[in-house]
Design a protein around this ligand. Structure first.
Ligand SMILES: [Zn+2]
Ligand SMILES: [Zn+2]
Length: 186
């Protein structure tokens, strides 16, 4: 039996072990750490949470409350050292438009570029293929003829500028790919 001095240190053993694990087991291990270790909760908060005060979203037109002046407290500190007194929220959300992930603290009026409606194939241009029963409504054709697919919102094709620039909006529908709680493993 090797003496403790001959053992590689635990950190490098763990780092090696992590690279061999499945994402499902790693998620469960992370949940375990968060439940049982205050230090683990602190580190996870830094990566995954943001102070609610730091969330930036499209301003909702309100009645006559007037503009809210910022600079209430030192936000740098509140993010790095989360405490129960500071309301926290998820740092990353999925955007309604393309379901891309975005940082809620870095959202702005020009963060999201998108079309409102989906693109449609130019049926006139591809009429021979369509008559022949070839499915042209796929990624292959979009790549080969990007100027022959039009967005119904603005009539622009795939190589032109998007028609909408605005704030990312949080998608309300939860992701279907959520890993279930308490997946048993032994
Ligand atoms: Zn458009
Ligand atoms: Zn977006």
């Amino acid at each position: 039996m090797p003496s403790p001095a001959e053992q590689p240190d635990i950190t490098s053993l763990l780092l090696k072990a992590i690279s061999k694990e499945s994402i499902f087991r790693l998620v469960n291990i992370l949940r375990d750490i968060i439940r049982h270790s205050p230090e683990g909760r602190k580190i996870a908060s830094k990566w995954l949470l943001a102070a609610k005060d730091d969330v930036k979203a499209e301003p909702v037109p309100t009645s006559s409350t007037g503009p809210v002046t910022s600079g209430q407290l030192s936000k740098e500190e509140s993010v790095s050292e989360p405490t129960p007194s500071i309301p926290m929220t998820s740092c990353f959300e999925r955007c309604l438009y393309f379901l891309e992930k975005f940082d809620v603290t870095k959202n702005s009026a020009t963060s999201c570029r998108y079309h409102v409606d989906p693109d449609m194939v130019d049926e006139e241009f591809f009429k021979d293929e369509i008559i022949a029963g070839i499915d042209v409504d796929n990624e292959e054709y979009r790549e080969a003829w990007p100027e022959k697919f039009f967005y119904t919102c603005c009539g622009r094709d795939l190589v032109e500028e998007v028609c909408q620039v605005g704030w990312h909006k949080v998608a309300k529908r939860p992701s279907k790919r959520v890993i279930p709680e308490e997946v048993r493993w032994g």
